[in-house]
Design a protein around this ligand. Structure first.
Ligand code: NAP
Length: 268
C-alpha cells in the first residue's frame, strides 16, 4: 500500500473533532473517506446529515460490518474513551490501522494495544495532542531546559475546561524533567500570602493555569537565566489546528508495524 489514496473511516463524525477530521479528509487529495461509525443513523449517508451535504459515505453503527464493507486502511477515532477502546480493538482485529485522537486511554490500555499491534504487526498511533505547534513547544522546551533549568509554565484555556493544569502542561513539565531533574525554584524561604499564588508544582517547576472566556488553548514556557529570559509560546485558535497532526498521523501509521504513543514520537 502506498501513501496514495489512503482509505479512511472516521468514528464520531458528528463531534467537534470528528467533523473537522471529515472535512480535512475530503479536502486531502490522497485521502479517501470511505465510511463513518456513529452510534446513531445506521444505514444513512453522511450527506443525509445537515453538517455534510456533499459527503456521500455510509454510516455504520456496527464497526465490524463497516470495516468488512468499506475495506479501509485507517480508522480515525474522536469519540470517548469507552467507544474509542472498543473501536480500536475492532480495527486491529480487522487488520485496520487505528489513529486515536480520543483522550483518556489509560497507560494500561496503551500497553494492551501495543501488545496486540506488535503481535499483528499493524501500525497504530494514539496522540492526546495533535497540534503540531504544541508538540514542538514541548520538544523545544525540553531542549532549552538543558541550559535553563529555571522554568515556569503558564497555560491558558477557555472556562469550560474541567481539568487543571492541562495535560499538555503536565506533559511539558515531564519532558523537561527528563533533562533537568529535580530543582526547587524561587527563594528557599518564599511564603505564599494567598494559597496557590506560586501555582502547582512538578519537580520544583511551577505551572500556572488561567481560565477565561475568550481563550481557546494557549501555553507559554518561560526560562530564566543570568541576565536573560527565553519565552516559548503556542496558541491554538480553533480545532482545525489539530488537523495537520491528524493528516501526518494517517500518513505515518501506514508505515508502522507497532503502536506509537504521542505525536512527538513521529516528528523528526
Ligand atoms: P464531541 O464533540 O463530544 O464528539 C464525540 C462524538 O462521538 C459525538 O458525536 C458522539 O455522539 C460520538 N459518539 C459517542 N459514542 C459513540 C460511539 N459509540 N460510536 C461512535 N460515535 C460515538 O467531542 P470532541 O470535542 O470532538 O472530542 C472527542 C475526543 O477527542 C475527546 O476524547 C477529546 O478529549 C479528544 N480531543 C483530542 C484532541 C487531540 O488533539 N488528540 C483534541 C481535542 C479533543 P453523541 O454526541 O450523539 O453522543
Amino acid at each position: 500500500m502506498t501513501e496514495n489514496n489512503i482509505r479512511i473511516v472516521v468514528s464520531g463524525p458528528r463531534g467537534k473533532m470528528g467533523r473537522e477530521a471529515v472535512h480535512m479528509i475530503t479536502r486531502t487529495d490522497h485521502f479517501q473517506l470511505v465510511g463513518a461509525i456513529d452510534h446513531k443513523y445506521d444505514g444513512k449517508l453522511l450527506s443525509d446529515l445537515e453538517e455534510f451535504p456533499d459527503v456521500d459515505v455510509p454510516i455504520f453503527t456496527d464497526s465490524d460490518l463497516c470495516f468488512s464493507s468499506t475495506k479501509p486502511d485507517v480508522l480515525v477515532d474522536f469519540t470517548n474513551p469507552e467507544a474509542g477502546m472498543r473501536l480500536a480493538a475492532s480495527a486491529l482485529n480487522n487488520g485496520i490501522r487505528p489513529v486515536i485522537g480520543t483522550s483518556g486511554f489509560t497507560e494500561e490500555s496503551v500497553h494492551h494495544f501495543q501488545k496486540i499491534a506488535e503481535e499483528k504487526r499493524i501500525g497504530m498511533i494514539i496522540a492526546p495532542n495533535f497540534a503540531i505547534g504544541a508538540v514542538l513547544l514541548m520538544k523545544f522546551s525540553q531542549m532549552a531546559a538543558r541550559y535553563f533549568p529555571d522554568v515556569e509554565i503558564i497555560e491558558q484555556h477557555h472556562d469550560k475546561k474541567l481539568d487543571a493544569p492541562s495535560g499538555t502542561a503536565i506533559k511539558t513539565a515531564e519532558m523537561i524533567r527528563t533533562v533537568r531533574g529535580e530543582k526547587q525554584q524561587g527563594h528557599p524561604s518564599e511564603k505564599e500570602l494567598l494559597t496557590g499564588a506560586r501555582g502547582a508544582e512538578l519537580s520544583g517547576m511551577r505551572i500556572h493555569s488561567v481560565r477565561l472566556p475568550g481563550l481557546i488553548a494557549h501555553q507559554q514556557v518561560i526560562f530564566g537565566g543570568e541576565g536573560e529570559l527565553l519565552s516559548l509560546r503556542h496558541d491554538s485558535m480553533n480545532r482545525s489546528s489539530f488537523m495537520t497532526g491528524v493528516r501526518l498521523a494517517v500518513e505515518t501509521v501506514m508505515t508502522l508495524d507497532t503502536l506509537v504513543y504521542g505525536l512527538e514520537n513521529i516528528l523528526e
